[in-house]
Design a protein around this ligand. Structure first.
Ligand code: NAD
Length: 301
């Protein structure tokens, strides 16, 4: 199994920028490319080499990491004469860390494998702060062999690198997890809203429910009610964190996947509708836990 020394990193946005820096800190030689000149300059100032194009970035590198907005960007960057597949070194390893639809992940994996490349879909959980700190959780889809090759490349950016299954399974795990998170956040918010209307002190309700069967991550680690969990965005004016627009993107991906797979996900559909409403009311850039404000009628843009 060829050891990875040189990496091309494509997509240096809010997440990709700090992720590339953590790879430089870990001793990899990182060549970076982004359509944004500002993002490219920032990467350069942190020790990356700036490339002129995707083709220029990937030429001769052991591995290529992509961190792009959506499936269409990933398909475009991997495909075509100027793309990754046409220009990468034979046998290179590809890791797509973007959150995209399962079908695009499977298609790009198949196109890469056809040409003899290793490919994993490796979306992440954790926001910009985790990207900065190198504490992301990666959910990885691909063969056992490709996973073993990708793991040491992803580790400098991670607190956990978790194997999900065959190609596309990383994206599947990510959207199923985030659908559950969206549903739990709304449920937790509704419980606090009702508790208050019933005259329960929010802190007392937290103390009880966090030790009873209502306990869940949205309550004990990321509480939407200001007060009980000091580090939660609720105590910082609902600054993200994880923005509502991002949650909505993942809930839409989950509904698209549910439709094509024939899965019944009525609560996922309802969560998508509620987050779409919150975004429409001006909450798109607010942390997703801010939906409690809409539910309790206190939301003001
Ligand atoms: P972003 O919009 O900040 O960054 C995307 C970058 O890709 C931009 O800099 C853009 O210029 C670049 N790009 C687009 N097309 C390109 C092309 N053809 N060639 C080169 N560069 C190109 O997005 P982000 O917040 O960094 O998110 C990236 C991915 O990570 C998304 O799929 C998102 O869903 C996922 N994600 C984000 C978060 C978060 O909290 N921000 C958390 C988990 C996962």
């Amino acid at each position: 199994m060829a050891k990875v020394n040189s990496i091309a990193f494509i997509g240096l946005g809010n997440m990709g920028g700090p992720m590339a820096v953590n790879l430089v800190k870990a001793g990899f030689s990182v060549t970076a490319f982004d359509l944004s000149q500002a993002a490219l300059e920032a990467a350069k100032s942190h020790g990356c080499t700036a490339a002129k194009s995707v083709a220029d970035a990937v030429a001769g590198k052991d591995a290529v990491i992509t961190m792009l907005p959506a499936g269409k960007h990933v398909r475009a960057v991997y495909g075509g004469d100027d793309g990754i597949i046409a220009n990468a070194a034979p046998g290179a390893l590809f890791c797509d860390c973007s959150t995209i639809d399962v079908q695009s992940a499977r298609d790009v994996a198949a196109q890469s494998k056809d040409k003899g490349f290793a490919f994993v879909d490796s979306p992440v959980s954790g926001g910009v702060a985790a990207a900065d700190a190198g504490t992301l959780a990666f959910m990885v889809g691909g063969t056992d062999e490709d996973f073993a090759r990708a793991k040491p490349v992803l580790e400098p950016m991670a607190k956990a690198v978790l194997y999900a299954g065959e190609a596309g399974a990383g994206q599947a795990a990510k959207i199923c997890n985030n659908m559950l998170l969206g549903i739990c956040m709304i449920g937790t918010s509704e419980a606090f809203v009702l508790a208050k209307k019933l005259g329960l002190d929010p802190q007392r309700f937290f103390d009880i429910s966090s030790k009873a069967s209502g306990q869940n991550w949205s309550m004990t680690s990321y509480c939407p009610q200001a007060g009980p969990v000091p580090a939660s965005p609720a105590n910082n004016d609902y600054k993200p964190g994880f923005a509502t627009a991002m949650m909505l993107k993942d809930l839409r991906l989950a509904q698209d996947a549910a439709q094509s797979a024939g899965a019944a996900t009525p609560l996922g559909a309802q969560a998508q509708a509620l987050y779409a409403l919150f975004a429409e009311l001006g909450g798109a850039d607010t942390d997703f836990s801010g939906i409690i404000k809409m539910l309790d009628g206190e939301w003001q843009q």
